[in-house]
Structure formats: structure tokens, C-alpha cells
Design a protein around this ligand. Structure first.
Ligand code: SF4
Ligand code: SF4
Length: 135
């Protein structure tokens, strides 16, 4: 097994490789759901409590509410320059974006996003594993 595959699968416990790069579209900074313990935050009062727990939440403004919950935008995103104004000090969650956790939570990435995921195990790998199990 390739060393990269081994590290991703058995050390990092990943199911996908991530490819691509950021195109600075800003979509992930302007349509944000906040997922906390019981799921996506739907209630303003619940969100105001969260703001006291982590500085990142103080950057967020409520811009909408849809069937999933409250929708936020980050006020650290400069729309004209297409830049995060605190890029060097941006929170870990932004540094890691997009991670496959989004897929596990059945989240959707922007169609404009320059990143994409591919399963580490190919369909053939999975079929071989299943066949070997039953032999
Ligand atoms: S801190 Fe920067 S990268 Fe993170 S959501 Fe805000 S603008 Fe985007
Ligand atoms: S949605 Fe993707 S391409 Fe757009 S700013 Fe976020 S990470 Fe970059």
C-alpha cells in the first residue's frame, strides 16, 4: 500500500483525498451554517450564547434563515478584494476548510469551490474487499 494511502486511511482516518485549490470565490465565508453539539443552530438566542464561547462566532452576522437553520456571513471577508482580512490569524476551522467532515454531515460545498474530493478506496477496492470477505 502506498505510504500516502496508509497515512490517510489508518492514521488520519480519512475516506477521501482532497484535490484542487481555493479560487477565492468567498462562498464559504458568506453562506455559513453553524453546527454545534445538537446540530445546526436554528435559534438566535442559542447563537448569542455561542458568541460568548469562541471569538470566531463574534465575526458572524445572521443574514438568513432557511430549512436547515440560521445562515451567517463572516464580516472578516472583504468582498471587493476577495480576501479574508485576517488570513494569517484565521481560525482553524477556516484553515482546514473544506474537510470531509462536511460530506459526513451531508453538507454541500459551493459549486464554485475549487476543491473536490475523491474516495481513497476505488469501487474496485471495495468490491475486492467484499469478495474476499465472502470467500
Ligand atoms: S475568518 Fe476569514 S476565512 Fe474564516 S470565514 Fe471569515 S473571512 Fe472566511
Ligand atoms: S468556497 Fe472554495 S474556492 Fe470559494 S473561497 Fe471557499 S474554499 Fe475557496
Amino acid at each position: 500500500m502506498m505510504i500516502k494511502k496508509f497515512i490517510y486511511k489508518y492514521i488520519l482516518r480519512r475516506k477521501y483525498y482532497r484535490y484542487g485549490k481555493c479560487r477565492r470565490c468567498g462562498d464559504c465565508c458568506s453562506k455559513i451554517y453553524v453546527n454545534h453539539q445538537k446540530g445546526i443552530i436554528k435559534d438566535e438566542a442559542e447563537f448569542f450564547k455561542l458568541q460568548k464561547l469562541h471569538p470566531f462566532y463574534t465575526f458572524l452576522e445572521i443574514v438568513d434563515k432557511d430549512e436547515n437553520g440560521l445562515v451567517f456571513k463572516c464580516n472578516k471577508f472583504d468582498k471587493d478584494k476577495h480576501l479574508c482580512t485576517i488570513h494569517k490569524f484565521r481560525p482553524g476551522i477556516c484553515r482546514r476548510y473544506p474537510s470531509e467532515v462536511i460530506l459526513k454531515m451531508q453538507g454541500v460545498m459551493s459549486e464554485q469551490c475549487g476543491f473536490y474530493f475523491k474516495p481513497i478506496d476505488s469501487f474496485k477496492d471495495i468490491m475486492n474487499k467484499l469478495t474476499n470477505k465472502h470467500n
